[in-house]
Design a protein around this ligand. Structure first.
Ligand code: SF4
Ligand code: SF4
Length: 416
């Protein structure tokens, strides 16, 4: 007899793939830029080869909004499929249960039951897993190479070390004691999901038309990690994992009948067209608009930026030749991932070039580097507040950014 068509091999592969992706993304760094990292040391977001600095807050906001809306849309379409098929919490629990099974331990009432040394081994495994997951989480904020090097040489910042230990401890407690209770009782996503379910949302249930074929074997209930009886209808705790579907298919296969439990669009099996409703369309539209805005904003952002401010520590003064010297601070940011050379110039309101004293030419900045410059601007003395402009050029003499500043009159007694 052929074997029944089960979903568990696909689910397991998908879980492996998502877990590997989560583990490896911080390590993938084309051109030295991570695919995704909120880099705390440099206060920047590394996103698919782009470095977005904290000053570019609107890009951060667009990214977070697009991420949030994608999640809402996935939930609206596929219910808690994320929980059952991709959520790291479910994958970790599956792994913890798999290891307990290998150790010939049973989990009864959320407690491990079995021999003492087997339980000790399981706890050690949970601890190691918790440490790996905690480190993996931190790699989304600190480069993994740096994190591991500083961990090994005991040079990790105290705050980072403390976060690592607390995270590892919390994850260990989750794996060893909380387990599926997290999905049932505490996970906020599970609660939000209830308000997002539509009549057409993908769900898993036992249709009324199939109920008379049920042989009351209870395999579906025994296989359920959330201790749900799917025969009682839709329940918010259901994570759409499909284990009950597999259990039922296996049982009914022996009787040469198809399984009774199915994935359907809504409990009334309205078909995928039911998803073409106002909520899904609005969310899809919002997502497309946000992604387009984000893409356009990233592509069109200047390759380098310039910020200028009059120095607060050195006052302006009149020179013997009647000119005025004004001290400035400038901040340059190379937003590309490549080395670049820049030049800074100044011009008056009439467009005439002004003299800058200090190193403002041949400025070599590494990719992503942010540098502060101090310089003096020598200009004809002004009698009233006057706007001037600073212009940043690259090595190809292309104008990259402009910054305006105000020159204020200097009292004649300060003559130098
Ligand atoms: S009812 Fe079925 S799909 Fe839902 S959590 Fe239980 S086994 Fe998974
Ligand atoms: S596994 Fe299928 S046949 Fe057995 S109790 Fe559940 S729904 Fe009925």
């Amino acid at each position: 007899m052929s074997s029944p068509k089960l979903l568990s091999p696909y689910r397991r592969k998908f879980q492996w793939l998502t877990s590997l992706a989560i583990l490896l993304i911080p390590w993938i760094q084309p051109g030295g830029i991570s695919l995704l990292r909120i880099d705390v040391p440099t206060l920047s977001l590394q996103l698919f080869g782009q470095v977005l600095r904290i000053e570019e807050l609107f890009l951060f906001l667009l990214f977070c909004l697009a991420f949030g809306i994608s999640f809402l849309l996935i939930t609206l379409v596929s219910g808690r499929v994320w929980c059952g098929w991709a959520c790291p919490q479910t994958t970790l629990n599956d792994l913890a249960e798999w290891f307990a099974g290998k150790m010939k331990l049973r989990i009864v009432g959320n407690r491990l039951q079995g021999g003492l040394w087997r339980k000790a081994l399981a706890q050690l495994f949970y601890l190691a897993l918790a440490a790996l997951v905690a480190a993996n989480l931190l790699w989304y904020f600190i480069a993994p190479q740096r994190f591991l090097a500083e961990l090994i040489t005991a040079e990790l910042h105290t705050g980072v070390m403390l976060t690592f230990v607390v995270l590892a401890l919390l994850i260990y407690l989750d794996l060893a004691f909380v387990r599926r209770l997290m999905c049932k009782e505490f996970c906020p996503y599970g609660r939000i999901q209830t308000s997002l379910v539509d009549p057409g949302t993908l769900t898993l249930h036992l249709p009324e038309s199939e109920q008379e074929r049920c042989i009351r074997c209870n395999s579906c209930v025994r296989s359920c990690p959330m201790e749900i009886d799917i025969r009682d209808g839709y329940q918010v705790e259901c994570i759409n994992c499909g284990r009950c579907l597999d259990a039922c298919r296996s049982v009914m296969h022996k009787r040469q009948q198809p399984g009774l439990i199915h994935y359907t669009f809504g409990v009334d099996n309205l078909g995928p067209k039911a998803l073409l409703n106002l909520r899904t369309l609005l969310l899809s539209l919002a997502l497309v608009v946000l992604l387009t805005l984000l893409g356009v904003a990233i592509v069109n952002r200047p390759q380098a930026t310039l910020k200028i401010a009059v120095s607060h520590t050195a006052g302006s003064r009149l020179l013997k030749d009647g000119q005025q010297a004004t001290f400035f601070n400038a901040w340059l940011n190379n937003r590309t991932t490549e080395h670049a050379t820049y030049r800074l110039t100044a011009r008056g309101s009439d467009g005439a070039a002004l003299t800058i004293k200090g190193q403002t030419t041949d400025l070599k900045l590494q990719g992503g580097e942010n540098r502060k410059l101090d310089f003096v601007l020598v200009s004809p003395a002004v009698r009233q507040p006057t706007m001037i402009e600073f212009v940043l050029f690259d090595q190809l003499q292309r104008e990259l950014d402009l910054a305006a500043a105000q020159l204020t009159p200097v009292a004649a007694t300060k003559e130098d």
